[in-house]
Write a protein of this length. Sequence first.
Lengths: 352, 352
Amino acid sequence: MSPRGQAARAVPQPTQPPVRRPTVQDVAREAGVSPSTVSRALHTRGYASPAVRARVRAAAERIGYVTDHNARNLRSRTSTSIGVLISDLRNPFYADLAAGIEQELRSAGYQMVLVNDNGDPAEELQAAETLLAMRVPGVIVTPVTAKCPQVLQDNGVHVVCADRELSRSKSDVVLGDNETGARELTEHLIALGHTRIGLLIDETKWSTGAGRLAGFRAAHVDNDLTVDEDLIAYTSFDADAARLTTRKLLNDHDVTAIISANNVLAQGALAELKDRRLKIPRQISLAAYDDVPWMSLVQPALTTVDQSTVEMGRSCARLLLARIRGELTPKRRQVKVPARLIVRGSTGPAPR
Amino acid sequence: MSPRGQAARAVPQPTQPPVRRPTVQDVAREAGVSPSTVSRALHTRGYASPAVRARVRAAAERIGYVTDHNARNLRSRTSTSIGVLISDLRNPFYADLAAGIEQELRSAGYQMVLVNDNGDPAEELQAAETLLAMRVPGVIVTPVTAKCPQVLQDNGVHVVCADRELSRSKSDVVLGDNETGARELTEHLIALGHTRIGLLIDETKWSTGAGRLAGFRAAHVDNDLTVDEDLIAYTSFDADAARLTTRKLLNDHDVTAIISANNVLAQGALAELKDRRLKIPRQISLAAYDDVPWMSLVQPALTTVDQSTVEMGRSCARLLLARIRGELTPKRRQVKVPARLIVRGSTGPAPR
DNA sequence: CTGTTAGCGCATTCAA
DNA sequence: TTGAATGCGCTAACAG
């Protein structure tokens, strides 16, 4: 194996020759027309008499003809495969996002090539190159690095960034309303009398973390509270780390409520609270950004912000397809998907 | 839009002509060799002197050459795209399965085309046709209908059925050890003194449901208990239905424990138990087949059977690739992934 | 080991 | 409205 670079990419194996599949030639013979007529009858709008069209389709059906996308893509320099690059399929957020994307793509006749980049810049870039090789017309990505969208766009591939944007991106983007969502969540707690609220957060460089933090701050400001910076607990992106960070937060400070910035961190926070046998919400309130199913199953159910993740995915797909079809002005589009506060049992009045 | 049939399939839009990308010709010129030498230097093993190979790769890198998969696939009659057909990406079971598949495929240089068929035979079949059009060499499917694997195989596409098999399938298959898993889970309850155990199950026609039911029965037989058929509560496949079925089960029978046959049904069962304020496991024990993350988060955490779902996905991919590469004898392969009992807090001694 | 030739299956010119 | 000719970009034969 070569060490690196594009030549390292795997290549088709000497697979046993697949069965010979019918071609337009075969259909043409069967229908008694020319190959080009078959092509037009099957796909192009206009340019084929209804009679011929019917005959050709019948013939195609009869002999089991199925268009060869490779040939079609090669010739027409288009493709109906769309690349989707996400960070972690096992995280319900990304799974929902992908589900929304796939649904919309499929109903428009497109296919989804899904790559899990594990949030790793190298894998993300490698994936981008694979998608370039596939000549996909567009990619939806939850970006890790600006370089990935960059490379794709430099090669004429349309890009929609999903969930977050990095610095000054030139691509279309679909974002959740992180600031509003976080503000409402924080205000909900403040309204319950909480003044010492811990924020468990993993990153603030992406627009997601930055927005949620901003909303958290804004809620304080709007209510004449000052944010105690020590209550902003920066942690790593996994549940175990979140648990340890929560432990430290509770040891060092007397917070009456905790907000976790996403669904994964919430797992860690909840685990720690349960471990300490703290009564929720009597002794401490817990709330989470990014509602996922388990949050309704625990007792008490968690107060959360629902990001409409599936809809976010659908939006991404719709936007990308519109772009590909040339239905949009050159101006960069930014779509915002609403965030919705869902109050459940895990938040209550602040203990005195 | 035409009503149905293959001609209805969407076709590439008149997208704006993409940027012109470098071809082997360009690389050849840049490196001062012939196109075929470029091809060999870049991909084929052997048949190119190290010097030339290096020169070609450097040239390719320099001008930003990226292989065109469409052209390559067309010419070589192979493809590195693999179809994956699953029922519900939002269900963590399928998400994990897909994640395992993708991981293994990607590390072997293959791409995953993911289709969510929603457990619908029509969508499944439609997806199969799309994958035929893409000329994928193989497909991994959690089958809904026997027709789907059938159609694919008839067209020379290798198929691996994942998680379950339908009737006498001719395809390779990767299954969980449902019978053993369910037996161990049931025996665990029996050992705790339970004799009236409810089984919440949605289907018994697929090998999954049938296997789990068989394991449930076997455990009873092995322990000289007779299965009360009324305690086998057949339900629909969603959580809400499971909840209603659980309600009925509890109303009509005095079970001391409930086993749910999968992770979705467990949601319904748990919801109903909580709604009734039943103390778990003091008043009733609850156990679930198919461990997913939330089951460790609820209080008490659920006793489950872990299906090694990600590993199951990896196995599927490995098996399929081996088949594609022709490394396997013609004989149909059946891989069994172990099931593992995980005892947590939701199961306890039977109340007297 | 390398270059030349040919053609994968299709959609698109252009003529008729 | 249809048919004939062309070539998308690549790799498999073959010859050298």
